[in-house]
Design a protein around this ligand. Structure first.
Ligand SMILES: CC(C)(COP(=O)(O)OP(=O)(O)OC[C@H]1O[C@@H](n2cnc3c(N)ncnc32)[C@H](O)[C@@H]1OP(=O)(O)O)[C@@H](O)C(=O)NCCC(=O)NCCS
Length: 336
């Protein structure tokens, strides 16, 4: 641990440091010059969201040395809401790494927000790093790619759509996503935030929509879609317009290739509200005793750690507590 002292703050207390925080993240993730974190991740980086951004400041020179961004979202599952905190933009200035700053800030953020959510989710390839804080890769997501040629389509930006046109997308999202999958709710202000991601291309189809790319992130990926005919509707209307990420394993023709990947790193929380919400997802009552999640089945107590619980909820866990995993959908526009 560093002997230097750093000041913890939320960015709303120091809005003048927002550009510095963004530059720190862009450097940490090797952003290319023509891309901007504040655009690709507008729902996190917009000035109105500074209270969601946690920083460490070196008081000797008023420099931001670490950043953790958060988004508290209501997810919906079978008509019930489940609060989830997404974590992103996690970065420490290169010169300050290896002294425990990430750990200091990350633990502060987790302890501040844990009582407000049932689950945390983040996206990272550093699985071992996050394991220490009980984050585990879980949730199924299928990738589809058709071998048929790309069909003609026009490309727009969500921000340019008239309110009535945007509402049509919102209706499709509610009907095709929220009604079928454990997924974030989106109200009007959420759609306004998503529209600020001007680096994502919107492709509207006869019976659906899809977003492609998100600046430097998700290049060539169709990552956020709703279509009345699901994956087949998109591939039929667009042909090979990119890899399509979907929450559902659908019957597809032979020319459509299919792969499985996992959604993100999840951490379940253990307080009473979290246990109630996690019980809704599992479809069984969950308790927490002696550092284990516990469910009773036919008079037998089944004890699980966080990873095993996530597997039971989202995948096919070894105890088979759900006959199928909860289908989960976090569109690429929402992820941070
Ligand atoms: C990853 C990053 C945030 C770590 O910051 P840091 O301040 O150097 O980390 P800390 O010193 O607090 O390390 C905390 C623990 O994580 C471990 N750790 C740090 N970086 C790690 C990495 N890249 N992979 C695995 N473990 C790592 C440390 O060994 C330490 O473990 P210990 O307590 O068992 O010794 C920083 O390297 C960074 O900004 N990287 C570029 C951006 C990035 O990858 N962000 C995170 C992914 S979303």
């Amino acid at each position: 641990m560093s002997t230097k002292s750093y000041e913890y703050a939320r960015l709303d207390a120091f809005p003048e440091l927002a550009d510095q925080a963004n530059s720190l993240i862009e450097a940490a993730f090797a952003y290319q010059k023509n891309f901007k974190f504040s655009v690709d991740f507008a729902p996190l980086a917009g000035a109105q969201h500074n209270q969601q951004r946690h920083i460490l400041i070196d008081p000797t020179n008023s420099t931001v040395v670490a950043h953790v961004g958060t988004r508290l979202k209501s997810f919906v599952w079978q008509g019930e809401t489940i609060p989830v905190v997404m974590l992103g933009g996690i970065a420490v200035a290169e010169s300050e790494r290896g002294q425990g700053l990430f750990q200091l800030l990350f633990e502060r953020v987790l302890s501040t927000l844990h009582s407000q959510c049932a689950l945390f989710i983040l996206w990272s390839d550093k699985h071992e790093l996050y394991r220490k804080w009980h984050f585990h890769l879980a949730g199924k997501q299928w990738c589809y790619r058709t071998t048929t040629a790309e069909k003609a389509h026009s490309v727009e930006r969500l921000i340019d759509l008239a309110p009535a046109e945007r509402e049509k997308l919102a209706v499709l999202y509610r009907q095709q996503v929220n009604q079928h999958f454990f997924s974030p709710l989106r109200d009007e202000s959420d759609w306004n935030d998503l529209a600020e991601i001007t680096s994502a291309e919107l492709i509207r189809m006869k019976a659906g929509y899809v977003f492609r790319g998100k600046g430097m992130d998700l290049q060539g990926v169709l990552h956020d879609f709703a279509h009345v005919n699901g994956v087949n509707g998109v591939t039929e209307e667009l042909g090979n317009a990119g890899v399509l990420w979907a929450a559902k394993n659908e019957m597809v023709p032979d020319e459509v290739l299919q792969d499985l990947q996992q959604v993100g790193l999840w951490r379940p929380n253990t307080h009473p509200m979290a246990l109630r919400k996690l019980s809704l997802l599992l479809g069984m009552e969950i308790n927490y005793r002696d550092d284990r999640f516990v469910v009773e089945r036919q008079g037998v107590s089944i004890k699980m750690d966080a990873e095993e619980l996530m597997d039971e909820i989202f995948n096919y866990g070894k105890h088979g507590l759900r006959s199928d995993g909860v289908p989960v959908y976090v569109g690429g526009l929402d992820s941070i």
